[in-house]
Design a protein around this ligand. Sequence first.
Ligand code: PLP
Length: 395
Amino acid sequence: MIPSVLPTYNRAPLTFVKGEGAWLTEADGRRFLDLGAGIAVNALGHAHPALVNALTEQAHALWHVSNLYHIPQQKMLADKLVEHTFADTVFFTNSGTESCELAVKMARKFFYDKGQTERVEIITFDGSFHGRSSAGIAAAGSEKMTKGFGPLLPGFVHIAFGDLDGVTNAITEKTAAIMIEPIQGEGGVRPVPDRELKALRQICDDNGLLLILDEVQCGVGRTGKLFAHEWAGVTPDIMMIAKGIGGGFPLGAVLATEDAASGMTAGTHGSTYGGNPLGCAVGCAVIDQVATPAFLDGVNRKSGLLRQKLEGLIADHPDVFEEVRGSGLMLGLKCKPNNLDVVNAGYDNEVITVPAADNVIRLLPPLTLTEDDIAQAMIRLEKAAKQIESSLATA
Ligand SMILES: Cc1ncc(COP(=O)(O)O)c(C=O)c1O
């Protein structure tokens, strides 16, 4: 009999009932160190007092009003995002997937309104992930996500990751935009080198294309800058965000320049819950915490410490780990044995990591991780590595 919850997820046999900082308590009382943060969602950890206050205060005042009316919390968060980024304007969504939908629509409408109605194609990259909607799976294009769900939304051209010549060769009079994650998350924590992101910006400028960055996973302080593209010194025309901006409350957004957003006039797009007062109150509290030099310096410092210790872990366990890659607190450990075995060994030792493609385990801890938490992370990852080694020895 089918379970009452549609069985689309492979769930670990774990049920968490409480969270505090970087720690989760299982129903049986065990405490797990959370290096996954709900896949880069709990940017400020679990039960951060500023977020609890923002949510409960707003809950006592007003939960929901329609976008038929003005929502001050929405304006406040949009103003903060505009102040801290390249963007002139923001549309609020509930998830990364919904942000992807709008990014695609916005790019196409931009050219449609300019009379270039044939310009509908968006160049994307192998190994990318942009969500599970029809546009999201067509954008990513991998068979794993698209098989059985045809006909696929047309208008996406897939290029090998890192193939800049391939991008240039793929541009035609139909091309509207290039869409890319500055660091592929699901794809295995694969960063786009700064020089490549710069080159993509240049290719867009030279060909009159829009650059869409998907910072759903790598944004909101995760890499040690407020947004990952800042490291490369370039700005997009359109950016998708979600995950960290809500700190655990479902919230996403599309940020855009005035020009890129010019087609999105009244009546062209909408969302019942997008920009809901609860979500935006929490989003404001997240940005107030994260968008400060001291907070971002802290992310960079902790990243340096964690990375240095992970290099030591790799050196001590060369049969388990191959390399560490990524940026800030978005790190990937490439594994030699099956990465799912390593994640499971982590569970046995009460540390949570997240599998990704390319046989990688992701470390996406709360950005509020402490130095003590890092020490605990290393003790637990070390134990997991030893467990894997002894199972390899007896295999
Ligand atoms: C880069 C990227 N884009 C889009 C999405 C989809 O976001 P959501 O699951 O919030 O719809 C994800 C989710 O993992 C992501 O990592």
